[in-house]
Design a protein around this ligand. Sequence first.
Ligand SMILES: [Zn+2]
Length: 320
Amino acid sequence: MEERHLNIRKVLIVIFTVIFALVIIITSAIVTANSRKKKEEKNIQKDKSLTDISSSISNIVGKFDNNVSNDGDIDKEENNNENNVPEPKEPENESKGVLPVQNPNAAEQIKTIYGSDEKQIYLTFDDGPSGNVTPQILDILREEGVPATFFILGSRAELYPELVKKEYEEGHFIANHGYSHKYSAIYTSIETVMDEYRRTELAIQTALGNPEFHSYLFRFPGGSSGGPYHNLKQEAKAYLWNNGIASTNWNCLNGDAEGGKRTKEQLISRLYETAEGHTSLIILMHDADDKQTTADALREIIQNYKSQGYTFKNFYEVFK
Ligand SMILES: [Zn+2]
């Protein structure tokens, strides 16, 4: 009896030992398999990030090569790099719009544009947007690859918000030309000038869907000096400036608002006549509904100045 019990115990011990050994072997096998799997995953990730790093290094090197290969001029505009391998094309609807940045030295910097002997051109268009003329002007600017500044009217921005947005997204500077363009309404007091400015800023913000937009740049309808409202204009100009808003006129024009219909040829010759004696040009033009010949003359004007080595700029030069 005693011996039988002993035997059963022995058998049980052997069975338990075998089961225990099996459990240990199976567990260690599972652990080893898991850690091998993890190691493999890590290696795959490592390989992937190495590939990413090497491809971004080759991108950077490629870009650097592209930039220096053209006359060694690193800062040269992409548009002029005809010999380079083209960059991957941006999607057509990608916005180039950037919020203007307030500049405490704006007034001084704008003065230096007028006095500069640099061959530079600021194309400026007032009184728009217009449903028929503005799209033509935008097409020409895009095709020629040049920036411009649009001094828009708040009342027109409310009619064509999508055109204001297009101007902005295509990299042009959106500036403020007041709301109504009715001199008697605008030039009643400093407060009415400010009111026109604010309403127009609001119309631009609404068009862009961005309440953070501020143009910081105003063009007085009819110019900031002269005429029956001269004194009020001067006071308003100082008041605007004390509130961080600069203003600018122009130093040459195509004459498209000088009365009567002008042909394309007349606009071009009027511009060359008024630009005489200036090297740095701030050109006054209009993109109102009745300014078809302004759009007709634009390409020839741009191409002529391009061939003379001019650089085209907009007021992001001051508010960036
Ligand atoms: Zn105007």
